[in-house]
Design a protein around this ligand. Structure first.
Ligand code: AMP
Ligand code: ZN
Ligand code: FE
Ligand code: FE
Length: 284
């Protein structure tokens, strides 16, 4: 065996990734993955195409999403898994998150224009070509226009928090994000906790219904992974992992950097089934 691994954190062109779901699945299949999710920012639109592509290659597919949420002023990413991608309330909320993202693009480009950088907002939307645009699309437009050499420069000079073209974004609260995912038949997982310091609020998030922690992530050192594996054990949370591959946004694609073992996928599936039973009994 050896080739029975999962990648549960993947971005596509439906948000700020560069692969289509079909390209991503073909590449993951070539690399020997057997289970995949898709976790685009604030959209579930890629789920049907990803499900079809996985079925064609004989891979197991788990619907997913990465929600930008907030807890006590801290931006926290919440991964959702196993929900119904056609759930009406989920789709309605995604529309709202996407409207906020689109408005923010207008505001960021207006700030650039005020700095005498003549970037047309239409160009950013054309490059993004999706309903859930983000800062990487503004960065790509800046590179294309010759204003910046690469995406890192665009973030460093303009787009990082508190830089001149950065615009704060309204975010759903973590407890609301968790409730939304539960009502849609899924579970909620804290994404890459090593990238922000959420440890002090972890007990609160568990009380709010958090189901898991993404312990395995490209940017986690072995020590960070160990720390969150221990915390997952202490709080009775499932463990997930993924590469957070965005395709060719930033050098080499990250696909293949994380290979999640099947035991974790199995425990995630059990948790999804348990939450579904709980929430269908509540009739919500
Ligand atoms: P947004 O969702 O619009 O706030 O944009 C956040 C996204 O920007 C993250 O999910 C990353 O994919 C991406 N990002 C953050 N920093 C950088 C960087 N230095 N270069 C390229 N992409 C970045
Ligand atoms: Zn991203
Ligand atoms: Fe994230
Ligand atoms: Fe991500």
């Amino acid at each position: 065996m050896g080739f029975v691994f999962a990648d549960l954190h993947l971005h596509t062109r439906f948000s700020d990734g560069t692969y289509t779901p079909e390209e991503l699945v073909a590449e993951a299949h070539r690399q020997g993955f057997v289970t995949l999710s898709i976790t685009d920012h604030d959209t579930v639109e890629g789920c049907p195409a990803m499900a079809r592509a996985c079925a064609e290659h004989g891979l197991q597919f788990i619907p997913g999403v990465e929600l930008t949420a907030e807890y006590e002023g801290l931006e926290v990413h919440i991964l959702g898994y196993g929900f119904d991608p056609g759930h009406p309330e989920l789709l309605e909320q995604m529309d709202r998150f996407q409207a906020v993202r689109q408005q923010r693009i207008h505001e960021m480009v207006a700030r650039l224009n005020e700095m005498n950088i003549p970037l047309p907002v239409e160009r950013v939307f054309a490059l993004a070509n999706c309903r859930s645009p983000g800062r990487p699309h503004v960065a790509r437009a800046l590179v294309e226009a010759g204003v910046c050499r690469d995406l890192d420069e665009a973030f460093e000079r303009f787009l990082k928090k508190h830089r001149p073209a950065w615009v704060p974004k309204w975010k759903v609260s973590v407890p609301e994000a968790i409730r939304l995912l539960h009502r849609a038949g899924g579970v909620a997982v804290l994404a890459h906790p090593g990238l922000y310091y959420a440890d002090p609020v972890l007990p609160d998030l568990v009380r709010a219904g958090l189901d898991g922690i993404e312990c395995f992530h490209t940017k986690h050192t072995p020590a960070v992974t160990e720390r969150y594996l221990a915390l997952a054990g202490r709080y009775g949370l499932v463990v997930t992992g993924g590469s957070d591959c965005h395709g060719y946004n930033k050098g080499q694609p990250l696909l293949g950097s994380i290979r999640l073992a099947p035991e974790f996928v199995e425990r995630l599936q059990h948790r999804i089934a348990a939450r579904r039973a709980e929430f269908s009994m509540k009739g919500s």
